[in-house]
Ligand binder design. Structure first.
Ligand SMILES: [Zn+2]
Length: 125
C-alpha cells in the first residue's frame, strides 16, 4: 500500500473557495488480488457448505457464488480508497475533517462538521 494525496477545490455559497486535501491509500496489484480473495473465498466456502442442504442449496449456492464473484471483482478493480478529507472549510475558514464517503465521485457535496454549511468539492485541475 502506498499513500497518495491530491487536492480538491472546495466551494460554499457566497464564500471564497478553499483547498481540501484528499489522502488515499493506493492498492498495488498484489493487494488488490489479496483483497478480492479475502471476500471471494469465504463466500465460496459458504456456497460449498450449502451444497448438501436440500432446497436451501437451490438459492444459496448460486447466491453465494454470485456475491463472491461480484464483490471480489469490485475489490480487484478498486485501485484506491479515500482515507481522509481535510482542509479549511470555505464558509467558516476553520480546518475540518470531513466525513469520508464510501465512494468519491466529483463533484461531491458535504456538510462542514463545524458550521454545517454545504461544501461542494471539485477536482482542482
Ligand atoms: Zn465550516
Amino acid at each position: 500500500m502506498s499513500p497518495g494525496e491530491c487536492e480538491l477545490r472546495a466551494e460554499s455559497h457566497g464564500a471564497e473557495p478553499s483547498t481540501v486535501r484528499v489522502r488515499t491509500t493506493r492498492f498495488a496489484r498484489r493487494e488488490r488480488l489479496k483483497r478480492g480473495a479475502r471476500i471471494f473465498f469465504p463466500l465460496f466456502g459458504l456456497a460449498l457448505v450449502s451444497l448438501p442442504i436440500p432446497a436451501w442449496h437451490l438459492a444459496a449456492v448460486p447466491g453465494f457464488l454470485l456475491a463472491g464473484i461480484v464483490l471480489g471483482v469490485r475489490r480487484l478493480r478498486q485501485r484506491e480508497q479515500v482515507e481522509a478529507l481535510e482542509g479549511p472549510c470555505p464558509a467558516c475558514g476553520r480546518r475540518q475533517d470531513f466525513a469520508v464517503p464510501a465512494r468519491l465521485t466529483l463533484p461531491l457535496t458535504l456538510r462542514c462538521p463545524g458550521c454545517g454549511a454545504f461544501v461542494k468539492l471539485y477536482s482542482a485541475g
